[in-house]
Design a protein around this ligand. Structure first.
Ligand code: FPP
Length: 231
């Protein structure tokens, strides 16, 4: 039996499809999706998860219509205005991974407000992956490594390289959940997924419930993880 996963990542997919099924605009799905983060973060914390990383905006999402991009960029404000105090009350810390360059100044300001306000919280870290790409994370890590290499002929190890990634401060990723039943990784946490368990559910993100999270975690705990070895 495995313990509760220390680090869970979620690809929050299906906001648009969910909204369309209700006869509503895609933005409505994103709004409900942003609100749902509160329920899932509180439940994950209650269950003993230490890090919850959510894919909020990828480096490829800039290809969406400008109106949708602008709506998504405003969601951190909606989320922080509504739930910051509740995150404080639940001892949840907020952090972000991804490229800050390219994000609207206001989005960065709001995220920084949440990050600074919650920086001493200890129970769980809620990480927003914003303007995040798995490949750009690896390339950024390589560039940071090369910049301090100078004339050394040192060969980097996997463990050392992990310290050049955005997730350097977090425990090993153990479980990935993707809602809305597309079987893709979509450039999320490419390095960290090496030995994570994966779970794909047909539920669209706005309807993904705390109960479903709990049942996925229970399933994870029963999985036989061998890490390439034998039982
Ligand atoms: C995927 O659904 C979802 C996104 C691209 C955005 C996810 C973002 C949030 C839920 C809110 C972010 C909030 C904060 C606080 C950072 P989709 O639009 O691809 O859905 P579809 O596949 O059904 O079209």
């Amino acid at each position: 039996m495995n313990s509760v996963p220390q680090h869970i990542a979620i690809i929050m997919d299906g906001n648009g499809r969910w909204a369309r099924a209700q006869g509503k605009p895609r933005s409505y799905g994103h709004l409900k999706g942003a609100e749902n983060i509160r329920n899932i973060a509180i439940k994950a914390n209650e269950l003993g998860v230490k890090v919850l990383t959510l894919y909020a905006f990828s480096t490829e999402n800039w290809k969406r219509p400008a109106e949708e991009v602008s709506y998504l960029m405003n969601l951190p404000k909606v989320f922080v205005d509504s739930y910051l105090e509740e995150l404080m009350a639940n001892d949840i810390r907020v952090e972000m991974i991804g490229r800050r360059e390219g994000l609207p100044r206001e989005t960065v300001r709001i995220l920084d407000r949440a990050i600074n306000r919650t920086k001493d919280n200890k129970a769980m870290t809620l990480v927003f992956a914003v303007n995040y790409g798995g490949r750009s994370e690896i390339v950024d890590g390589i560039n940071e490594y090369v910049a301090q290499l100078k004339d050394s002929d040192h060969k980097i190890t996997e463990e050392e390289f992990g310290r050049y990634l955005y997730t350097r401060d977090y425990p090993e990723l153990e479980l990935l959940i993707r809602t809305s039943l597309d079987y893709r990784i979509s450039n999320f946490l490419l390095w960290q997924l090496s030995y994570a368990e994966m779970y794909f559910t047909e539920t669209h993100w706005p309807e993904f419930s705390p109960e479903e999270l709990e049942s996925i975690i229970k399933d994870f705990m029963k999985r036989n993880r061998r890490f390439g070895g034998l039982q």
